[in-house]
Design a protein around this ligand. Structure first.
Ligand code: BGC
Length: 740
């Protein structure tokens, strides 16, 4: 480090191109490429909005699809294949995965994120990092943190309370950092509780490094830095893109004037230099997958991303010899990825129509125009072909201009011309199948009940067309599960009144009650719950056994076809005074079974599976009591429950600031205080309500009331006895004997 001049060091931390870092003696540059569902490597042109051309690369299903696969090993394979292409294209660091939570279905970038649930996001994000880094290519976990909307994304402050951050918006990052050692973390554009992520010392240093042990490099999202010096001090190591000469000059001036300690700059340079060393010492030359192997993987990933939502009368899979009217421009011109920085220049896009033509007797009518011209005559054609066929398969979805990075939607509706098409075709035949293409959730109202089958195809990447055909004709069974709830109405979503905020502030007013955590707790009906998905066979659960550290359950394929199911483990909390979601996902496993086969699935649980973030102590807390470990087909359909009783944690130190309820629950003060309160109730004929009246009153205040201080003269002594661990242990032992 000392070998480098101050100028060289300052130049290193401000980038040197759209996709490259600067170099210095002994520190060559590294090359970055966008991800996360395929590479966007730019050579001549450069931009972060997906406008300029990039090298051709395989486009895998975006995270909205992969997230619905609930398949860790598949996600790992996809990321490894992306890294393989990165090696081929000379890219050292891939900018993914994106693990932000889908707080609102309106977020324009939801297609790039896995789930509304932090456990799913963390598990799949970790698998992604594992896959990419297994080839020695660096990953960049983004966007850290609370970047859950596109509206005003560069300026908005996400106002999120501590508990909500810890339980919902941070765990995916935390899990990945702790388990996978990602090479880099990308800080987000937005502010978090008023402080820009790029300048947020708490976020980038106290939490990320000191608490979670991150030892990689933090880079900025593209253009996220306003003030280079405070950013460096907060823990940012690299500003991108570069070269940011203003930032470099500001850093130089700050070091020279003594405002910035040079060691802070050295620290960032050291992190950059270890990243460079790490990616350049990559032993691996890549897997050299062929184009055909990549296409096959893209197709397999797409198959697992598809979620079958509805299948009345077992219309799907379509039988051989079925005459099919394929309707909808998306069958011919697929929508397979989202717009913005993640946009891949695909190597080989395959539409559904030719794939279906190979499997059945097919007619095609476009049904609507992608530029939303009047489609009346196209609807007439479509209805005619639907009448002449056994089954109508409608390809419906959001046109590309309706959702993208950079802006949010303001409704969940499909375009009116497509709704008219569905209504007309559904009126003409009872055998209507709707295949959806959309990056964010769309409402399936009001047409839901008028069609027999609904296939949620999300965005499936370049091989999505044949994947849809495989599922429609039963060449493959659908096995995707919703990683986000589908509400009846936008208004039902818990963030509805607080999205996207105003005047550059968005308040996360729903707290921890995001997605199904709200729908389940408030018993709000949804069209399809989190975790939902059908297949072509049925599964049953039995023999659930659960303890505080593990659970196991048997799953049996009771149908007559092979298929996969996602066994979902939820924990329902013990009753406590803290408002907690009715259930939260704490484990999942995807299993594939032949007809009649069964398997035992094991889960590992730990204290975090039961904990909430306690704002009083600033730590995770597991209140004692009876929890329920639940095995469900989805968040609403719980098949089995097992009770797990957990002991109460050691009581907190008591003081005059403790609340009466804490004293009552304490093994030393509890019996004494209960006795005194019963006496007071009897004497004053309070009807047994005294405890409820004073439960939340701090002791110090209680003592202020006339007479009480007198009667409780011994309280300070009692409190110090209660804080003595030996006395507490003896009292607990007696307490347990009294109440076996
Ligand atoms: C996006 C990042 C992306 C970067 C580089 C930004 O606009 O938010 O996700 O990696 O551009 O293209």
């Amino acid at each position: 480090m000392t070998r480098l001049t101050l100028e060289q060091k300052a130049a290193l931390v401000v980038g040197n191109g759209y996709w490259t870092t600067a170099s210095a003696p002994g520190i060559p540059p590294i090359v970055m490429g966008d991800g996360p569902h395929g590479l966007r490597t730019q050579r001549e042109t450069a931009d972060n909005l997906g406008i300029g051309a990039s090298l051709p690369a395989t486009c895998y299903p975006p995270a909205v699809g992969l997230g619905s696969s609930w398949n860790r090993s598949l996600t790992e394979r996809v990321a490894r294949a992306i890294a393989d292409e990165a090696i081929e294209q000379g890219v050292d660091l891939v900018l993914g995965p994106g693990v932000n939570i889908k707080r609102s279905p309106l977020c324009g970038r939801n297609f790039e994120y896995f789930s509304e649930d932090p456990y799913v996001s963390g598990q799949l994000g970790a698998a992604w990092v594992r896959g990419a880094q297994s080839l020695g290519v660096g990953a960049s976990v983004k966007h850290f943190a609370a970047n859950n909307q596109e509206t005003a994304r560069m300026t908005v402050s996400a106002e999120v309370d501590d508990r909500t951050l810890r339980e919902i918006y941070l765990p995916a990052f935390e899990h990945i950092v702790r388990t996978e050692k990602p090479a880099t973390v990308m800080c987000s554009y937005n502010r978090v509780n008023g402080v820009a992520a790029a300048e947020n010392y708490w976020l980038l240093t106290e939490l990320l490094r000191e608490e979670w042990g991150f030892d990689g490099l933090v880079l900025s999202d593209w253009g996220a830095v306003d003030n280079a010096v405070p950013a460096l001090e907060a823990g940012l190591d690299l500003e991108m893109p570069g070269p940011q000469r203003d930032s470099r000059d500001a850093i130089l001036a700050a070091v020279r004037s003594g405002e910035l300690d040079e060691s802070v700059l050295d620290r960032a340079v050291a992190r950059l230099s270890s990243l460079v060393e790490h990616v350049h010492s990559r032993g691996h030359r890549g897997d050299h997958l062929s184009l055909a192997e990549r296409q096959r993987l893209a197709r397999d990933a797409a198959i697992e991303s598809i979620v079958l939502l509805r299948n009345e009368r077992g219309l799907l899979p379509l039988r051989p010899g079925t005459r099919v009217a394929v309707i909808g421009e998306f069958a011919r011109t697929p929508r397979f990825q989202g717009a913005g920085s993640s946009q891949v220049n695909p190597t080989n896009v395959e539409a559904a129509l030719p794939a279906m033509e190979q499997l059945a007797d097919v007619t095609f009518s476009p049904g609507y125009y992608l530029d939303e011209r009047d489609n009346t005559s196209l609807i007439e054609d479509a209805v005619r072909s639907a009448r002449d066929a056994d089954v109508a398969v409608l390809f419906i979805g959001l046109p590309p201009m309706e959702e993208s990075e950079g802006f949010d939607r303001d409704h969940l509706d499909l375009p009116a011309d497509q709704l008219a098409l569905i209504a007309a075709v559904a009126a003409a035949t009872a055998n209507t199948v709707v295949v959806l293409s959309n990056g964010g959730v769309v409402t399936v109202e009001p047409w839901h009940d008028s069609v027999a089958s609904i296939v949620e195809g999300w965005l499936l990447g370049q091989a999505g067309g044949p994947a849809v055909a495989d599922v429609l004709f039963g060449v493959a069974a659908p096995s995707g599960r919703l990683a986000e709830s589908i509400p009846f109405r936008l208004q039902d979503n818990p963030s509805y009144l607080n999205f996207p905020g105003e005047n550059d502030v968005v308040r996360y007013g729903e707290g921890v009650f995001v997605g199904y955590r709200y729908y389940e707790s408030a018993e709000v009906a949804v069209r399809y719950p989190f975790g939902f998905g059908l297949g072509y066979t049925d599964f049953e659960f039995s023999d659930l056994v659960a303890t505080r550290s593990s659970a196991s359950v048997r799953v049996t394929n009771t149908g007559d076809r092979a298929g996969s199911h996602v066994v979902q483990l939820y924990v329902a909390p013990a009753p406590s005074h803290v408002s907690r979601p009715r259930r939260e996902l704490k484990g999942f496993e995807k299993v594939t079974l032949g007809p009649g086969e069964s398997a035992v699935v094991d889960f590992v649980l730990d204290s975090r599976s039961f904990a909430y973030w306690d704002t009083l102590t600033g730590g995770w807390l597991v209140p004692g009591g009876q929890y329920s470990v639940e095995i469900g087909h989805n968040a609403r359909d719980i098949a089995l429950r097992a009770d797990v009783r957990l002991p109460a944690p050691p009581p907190r130190r008591l003081s005059l600031d403790s609340r009466v309820s804490e004293l009552i629950e304490h093994p030393v003060t509890g019996p004494v205080l209960s006795f005194a309160m019963r006496r007071a109730e009897n004497a004053n004929e309070l009807g047994g309500n005294l405890f409820d009246m004073v439960a939340t009153v701090p002791v110090r205040r209680l003592l202020r009331f006339p007479g009480v201080g007198e009667q409780m003269r011994q309280l300070p002594l009692l409190l110090s006895l209660a804080n003595n661990p030996v006395i507490r242990a003896v009292a607990s032992w007696f307490g347990k004997r009294r109440r076996p």
